[in-house]
Design a protein around this ligand. Structure first.
Ligand code: ADP
Ligand code: MG
Length: 729
């Protein structure tokens, strides 16, 4: 009988020849938004006057009155039933990092033997899922236990298809009865309101017609695909999303051949299927390509308003998993599924766009427009400089720690790459002599160089920067591939909003003292350029020299999550979030605790899986092979052969014994360390204990297991090897 690995390898090779599922004839534009209760559908299903009232309410961000909600509920129901939906669900993003749904049937017995289909404004607007099973960070212990979900009319309802099941999903926020947010969406919406207000106020210096500023967001999603059977034979992948062992295959990414290679047929079939499913849900997937590591890929939609972009990314991650199984794949969204090859990120392309259609981070043609561009550009840089630690915290998770700050990963330092052209322009603005009192308007503009057309090529060369300016947007690349982007975007919106408010205060002060508006703006912009210089870095962000230089510049480099999260609780962070109406202090404290809890729990699972695999899979395979070697030596001896004939076997036996003893001992020590950590009650101390006393065993044990993988008989090895996982399709 084949062992679990070899039978997995065998079925994986069969999957290669799987009939490619027939691609739906309905594609592209024909299916876009098919399963979305879009603006157009609302128009079709609502009386004209009702539709117009609804749009006006959504645009103004106001509350939707009950009787209007009733109309919408009826229209939504009609549309959903016509399209085969049988259930509806409030769809939300609890702090577990996934999405949650609780399905209710439209069906309701009518009391006289028949049944009707029922859905009304109450069901649309508010629901009460049992909040006790979601993370709440102590909020529930002291307050009301129940939570409720409330409709977010700014993100359209959609029908999610799972096999034959069709469910009408209504995007909602998730809040406790005492009003604290228990999800990612509620604070995100508050942060977009905060930055809207702050950015609109500043944009009005330049253009009085601006009355709203939206955050635009395009999320590139990196991922790995692995064959389903091979995945099933790896408990570590199944339980933790990453391989805890695995000797690096002889060929990895060193030839750089994957990035430029053709997309394998089996993978392309997956991508086409995924794109179709995504389009139906209104997710505008545009690009697909191979990534650097073998079996690593990327997809990216066209950018959208940030709340929608984030909902879409959460839906996309669900779809990716669902569609993968149809193709006998599993998708790995973990930041570092394999040691030795690149990890995966989720690049958040972020910009600010006015209601008049102007991208505030797009350099203009005239000096006056450029002052507006420079204002938002420099304020963002200043915000990132001042609050780099908050941004670092916003992307901290147990899995992203492997991608940033770990031994084979780039350092966890936040810096900004601008590209040489813009870097020079900022130098120029900073050093230009600006006439103190502007007599002629023309004199002022000497301080502002003309900004040439920024060719993408010139701005996008540096792939090592965690935060890069790429032509007309900033790209936050340190976000982890499995993360919900709402948290990093909430923090980014918050710090930029805060910065813009400060900026306006400073400029207004100067204006009050008699400085002309444009000069006042330029003065503060120049001051900010000077103050935020340390965060700008054009070199190789992955290098050791950068780590040293960053330290000299006073930039922080916090390697692990539990410590990176500390910044959420500093008085200035608490005040920042509270003053912007994003998190109350209680919410900040609760969130901090949830993040720590997630961190240690994930690590606890890893430690358990690792221990189990060592004792129940790896050590036994080694023992069997050892016995075979012993048998071999015994036989040779019996034949009367001398020591030299079995010296290699001896040597192997010794090495195997040494490594096996080591992993078993270390697994036991790790268990003891875990027991000690488990009794710590303070969440931060507990997370640190896991990080500092449990986690180090992972690499120690991995080292010996990888040695064993190299010497134990290939046919005895129980776990699919990296060469199989990475090169199976
Ligand atoms: P690359 O891999 O070179 O960074 P991609 O085309 O894969 O480029 O991704 C770029 C992402 O940035 C896309 O999602 C795109 O829609 C988005 N994007 C482009 N312009 C803006 C903008 N003004 N605001 C936000 N996102 C943008
Ligand atoms: Mg990119």
């Amino acid at each position: 009988m084949l062992n679990s690995r070899l039978s997995a390898v065998e079925s994986a090779s069969k999957h290669l020849f799987n009939e490619i599922t027939e691609v739906n004839a309905d594609r592209g534009v024909h299916i876009y938004n098919k399963n979305v209760f879009s603006t157009q559908k609302m128009k079709d299903y609502l009386p004209k006057e009702t539709y117009e009232r609804l749009q006006a309410t959504i645009d103004s961000g106001g509350k939707i009155p009950r009787e209007l909600a009733e109309y919408i509920a009826q229209a939504m129901k009609t549309w959903a039933l016509e399209n085969g939906a049988t259930h509806y669900s409030h769809w939300f993003q609890p702090l577990t990092g996934t999405t949650a749904e609780k399905h209710d049937a439209f069906f309701e017995p009518d009391g006289s033997g028949g049944a009707i289909e029922k859905f009304n404004a109450n069901a649309l607007v508010q629901q009460e899922p049992d909040a006790s099973s979601f993370p709440h960070g102590g909020i529930r212990n002291t307050f009301e236990a129940r939570g409720y979900t409330a409709w977010d009319p700014s993100s359209p309802a959609f029908i999610f298809e799972t096999g034959a099941g069709k469910t009408l999903c209504i995007p909602t926020v998730f809040v406790s009865y005492t009003g604290e947010a228990l999800d990612y969406k509620a604070p995100l919406l508050k942060s977009t309101a905060a930055i809207d207000k702050a950015a609109t106020d500043v944009a009005q210096y330049f253009d009085k017609s601006v009355s709203k500023v939206n955050v635009s967001l395009g999320i590139e999603q990196e991922y790995f695909l692995v064959d389903l059977s091979l995945y099933n034979a790896r408990p570590d992948l199944k339980m933790t999303g990453r391989t805890l062992f695995g000797h690096m295959s002889a060929k990895g990414q060193q030839l750089d051949d994957h990035y430029f290679g053709a997309i394998p047929e089996r993978v392309l079939a997956y991508m086409v299927d995924l794109e179709n499913e995504a389009l139906k849900l209104g997710i505008p997937l545009k690009t697909r390509h191979n990534e650097v590591a073998p079996s690593q890929y990327e997809c990216a939609p066209m950018f959208e308003e940030s709340n929608l972009a984030i909902d879409h990314n959460q839906m996309l991650m669900n779809l990716m998993e669902q569609v993968a199984v149809r193709h006998n794949f599993r998708v790995l969204l973990h930041e570092k599924p394999y040691s030795g090859v690149n990890g995966s990120g989720k690049h958040n392309n972020w910009s600010l766009v006015t209601n008049t259609g102007i991208n505030l981070l797009s350099p203009g043609k005239t000096p006056k427009n450029n002052l507006m561009f420079l204002t938002f550009f420099v304020n963002t840089i200043k915000a990132v400089h001042t609050h780099a630690d908050l941004l670092r915290a916003s992307i901290a998770s147990h899995s992203n720690d492997h991608r940033l700050g770990a031994n084979e990963a780039p350092p966890a330092i936040i810096s900004i790459f601008l590209g040489s052209q813009l870097d020079e322009i900022l130098e120029e603005v900073e050093s230009a002599r600006v006439v103190k009192k502007v007599k002629a308007e023309a004199n002022l503009w000497h301080g502002i160089p003309k900004i040439p057309d920024l060719k993408r090529d010139n701005t996008d060369r540096n792939r090592t920067s965690p935060f890069a300016f790429t032509g007309n947007k900033f790209e936050f690349r340190a976000v982890g591939s499995s993360a919900n982007s709402a948290l990093p975007m909430t923090v980014l919106n918050a710090i930029v909003a805060k910065q813009l408010i400060e900026f306006k205060t400073e400029v207004d002060k100067q204006i009050k003292k008699g400085t002309k508006k444009d000069l006042a703006i330029l003065n503060v912009v120049r001051k900010y350029i000077k103050e935020s210089k340390a965060i700008r870095f054009e070199g190789n962000g992955y290098s050791e020299e950068w780590e040293k230089e960053a330290e000299a510049r006073g930039l922080s480099n916090i390697k692990s999550t539990p410590k990176a999260l500390d910044v959420y609780l500093t008085p200035s962070s608490l005040r920042l979030f509270e003053s912007l109406g994003i998190y109350t202090q209680r919410e900040s404290i609760a969130r901090h605790e949830i993040l720590l809890e997630n961190f240690y729990k994930k690590m606890q699972i890893e430690a358990r899986v690792l221990g189990d695999m060592v004792t129940s899979q790896i050590a036994p395979a080694c023992f069997i092979y050892q016995n075979e070697l012993i048998e071999n030596v015994r036989g040779l001896k019996e034949l009367g052969l001398g020591k030299e004939s079995y010296s290699s076997q001896f040597n192997y036996l010794e090495r195997i014994s040494k490594h096996v003893n080591h992993i078993l001992e270390k697994a036991e020590e790790m268990r003891q360390a875990r027991k000690k950590a488990n009794i710590i009650t303070d969440m931060r101390e507990k997370a640190i204990a896991y990080d500092e006393t449990v986690k180090p065993f992972f690499d120690e044990i991995r080292y010996d297991v990888n040695k064993l993988e190299k010497i134990v008989d290939d046919s005895r090895w129980p776990l699919p090897k990296l060469r199989e996982l990475l090169f199976s399709h």
